[in-house]
Ligand binder design. Structure first.
Ligand code: URA
Length: 238
């Protein structure tokens, strides 16, 4: 059971102070009955309305097509963050990026306020596959592919898990499509650097079985259902 003011604030109705005012004004009903008590207890399955409108879900899952130039953080002193890109209605929902993309990396980023889900997705034990399209300053050779498949070892001795590296005839030999099953800092760039290649552009296109919507313009987000988001865990290799 949750306090009514907290219940409304966590579902995007307004700040705690705003919702307390709303409740006292008689705008809020629980199961059809007006409730003016800010600390009334709300059952998880209760139907709560504000001015007759049903209150939204507690958890939000967004797919963002991240542009280059913004950081995967909730606040930053210097740079714009992925939260700054969201429509105003989402900015007070306590969203955070589930995982990080580098400032110059584009593509699929999940934003949520569901900490348990984010933890599950990011757990190193889950080995969720993340696929990137990397444009390189040279060709993807058979030797590089083999090194990726065996597991790249960085100069400092850090071992990466085996990764898949493919090319696509349409994209040409300087583009690698790489799937990794962990999330070390600057991992894809460092894996290619170990093989003598510089990544000149990086885009994430999928996480598990969840693919970046090709109709989603760069910088825009769209809401996902919990069932859509569960695609992330389908087809895990481990
Ligand atoms: N690997 C990188 O090097 N950068 C990213 O943003 C993601 C994976």
């Amino acid at each position: 059971m949750e306090r009514l003011d907290k219940y409304l604030a966590s579902r995007g109705t307004g700040s705690r102070r705003e919702v307390q005012k709303l409740i006292k004004s008689g705008a809020v009903s629980i199961d059809g009955a007006v409730c003016k008590l800010t600390d009334a207890k709300v059952r998880a399955d209760a139907a709560v309305t504000v001015n007759g409108q049903a209150v939204g879900e507690k958890y939000v899952y967004l797919m963002l097509n991240k542009p280059a130039g913004v950081v995967s953080a909730t606040t930053d002193k210097r740079d714009r963050t992925v939260i700054d890109l969201l429509p105003a209605g989402y900015r007070r929902r306590g969203l955070f990026p589930a995982g990080r993309l580098d400032k110059d990396t584009e593509g699929l980023l999940i934003l949520t306020n569901d900490g348990d889900f984010a933890h599950r997705m990011l757990s190193p034990k889950k080995h969720v596959g993340k696929t990137y399209v990397a444009q390189l300053d040279g060709a993807v050779t058979q030797e590089i592919r083999t090194r990726f498949a065996q597991g790249i070892v960085f100069a400092d001795g850090t071992k990466c898990l085996p990764a898949q590296l493919e090319t696509d005839a349409e994209k040409g030999e300087n583009t690698g499509i790489v799937t990794i099953y962990e999330g070390k800092f600057h991992q894809v760039k460092k894996m290619f650097a170990t093989c003598g290649r510089k990544v000149v552009h990086l885009q994430r296109i999928s996480i598990g079985n969840l693919y970046l919507d090709s109709n989603l313009p760069i910088g825009q987000c769209k809401s996902l259902t919990f069932l859509e988001i569960e695609q992330i865990f389908i087809g895990n290799i481990h």
